[in-house]
Design a protein around this ligand. Sequence first.
Ligand code: HEC
Ligand code: HEC
Length: 371
Amino acid sequence: MNNFIKRINPKWLLILAVAFIFSSCDQDEGTSMPSVSNAEYDDTPYQLDIGNFPEPDLPPDNPLTVEGVKLGKMLFFEPRLSNGDGQACADCHNQGNGFSDTLRFSLGVRDLPGTRQAMGIFNMAWNTNGFFWDGRAELLRHQAILPIQDSLEMDETIDNVIAKLSVDPLYTDQFIRAFGDDKITEDRMGLAMEQFMLSIVSHDSKYDKWVAGEVQLSESEERGRQLYFTEFNPFFPDQSGADCEHCHGGINFENDAYMNNGLDVDVDISDLGRELVTNNSNDRGKFKVPSLRNIALTPPYMHDGRFQTLEEVIDHYNEGIKMSETIDPALIQTIEPGLLLDDQKKEDLKNFLLTLTDEVFLQNPEYKSPF
Ligand code: HEC
Ligand code: HEC
């Protein structure tokens, strides 16, 4: 096709272009005629809305531009990234659920379930220590390419995706605007999706408004907040805190680390987690400490979605922690006699977790499908 174009006399191209303009009132989208694009490269920076968060360390070699973020969003909502054109990233990462999936195991294009629960995608700009439950993708640009080729997810080849998108002026034009020419490559798709995912920010929960002094917490939420942020004291367990902040801390309610939070005894650890990446048995059964922002909307919980509700999660930490070789030491001291949270305290803790829901982010039109 390219050689064919090169061999055409430029005069003919002009005639073709004129003919195309005159015939364009037919709106024949399926035309195979090479159209002359008037798209232009545009590197206007994308203004990340970070609220009161600290400036993130964005990748210096992939500055966010308005057109790059837009291209990434198109790809994120594009079912042609999948085999059979039936599934987009957004089908498993649904905005209304904090860009997560409420199925325990998401179904891929072949209707086969994976083995882990889909993760929420927001505040990735502050995530500096790998992606996926086991952190096997170091950068978002690498992460973004993997689900396309995963046989349990989109099950497509990059070559096929490129072939499908290269014949659509919607994409060739957008690649020009984002990258300067219409060449669609794996690298560029990764960079564009990285830009879009970095642009997804959640900073407007009730808790954030409370931090900014704009609203008050209810008495129960405030008691829950104190439980959340107060250390556990094994000598006075019934009067001390639940110390969730120990791991789910900082502005994003996570610590960028991989840890074992006592889900199983050693023989029951079937998913090795971080060990699969590091080959180090000290990492057995360790998983990424996830953000607890928007947690009410991202059930089920844990890497394998074993808990359906926040009540079950709280019961786990209160009285269900299992001992294993790699369990985090902070949790060992809570095994006996447990956190000793009574029903009221459990309710308070849950009510605090509910203040982390960010309706603005869940509705934000910036993150909605561009189609
Ligand atoms: C079939 C459902 C499904 C599809 C389709 C899918 N994902 Fe995911 N996604 C998941 C699951 C499940 C995980 C966790 C997998 C793991 O840890 O092994 C995940 C994890 C992620 C993460 C890691 C987040 C973090 O905090 O580390 C990102 C980012 C992500 N997906 C982006 C994408 C993008 C981009 C696409 C489209 C190219 C996509 N996903 C398509 C199910 C899906
Ligand atoms: C020692 C570190 C640690 C402490 C302390 C801790 N967590 Fe976790 N939490 C984790 C890890 C690691 C995971 C992911 C585990 C997995 O999926 O295998 C997790 C997962 C969760 C999840 C599921 C998130 C999701 O997206 O599926 C919730 C909810 C949660 N924790 C709430 C709490 C609460 C509430 C407390 C305090 C009572 C707490 N955590 C204390 C490390 C910790």
